[in-house]
Ligand binder design. Sequence first.
Ligand code: NI
Length: 183
Amino acid sequence: MTIREILKMGDPRLLKTAQPVSSQMFGSQELKQLIEDMLDTMRANDGVGLAAPQIGVDLQVVLFGFDESERYPDNLAIPQTVLINPVIKPLDSNLEEGWEGCLSVPGLRGMVPRWARIRYEGVDVDGVLIVREVDDFHARVVQHECDHLYGTLYPMRIKDFSHFGFVDALFAEQAEAKSIPLE
Ligand code: NI
């Protein structure tokens, strides 16, 4: 079990476009070890997703997953997924605003517009194709994670900066709203 350090916003490594994983790496011990470290790191920080660049690894690897919980009652479960070399396409032009947090931007939350419905494609650790059409929170999490592969952090997508701030200040009067999942 290896919990890796998560880079914070301001680190130039978070602003790069990550390299695609080559097919020779699929199924390799190196790739499996990276994914294990990412899972350990995500869970240790109570995240619902993590991208390889957040631990300083320059590869197009993201993982995400979310069990329905009392802690975050407003969000539906997302299957635990490792997604490599992902591609996202919106299914229509509808955008939805929603709160986001990020393990690389600790203590803050912001309201971010995202595609409401997307199709995403990628491969798993063994190179097996994954194709899904999703909406709502699942679509939001995938867009957030894949943004990390192109050097975009969620604050860069905020349109209304009156809905961006420290979680304790933003939700001082609504205890339940503090439970916005990170990532
Ligand atoms: Ni993030």
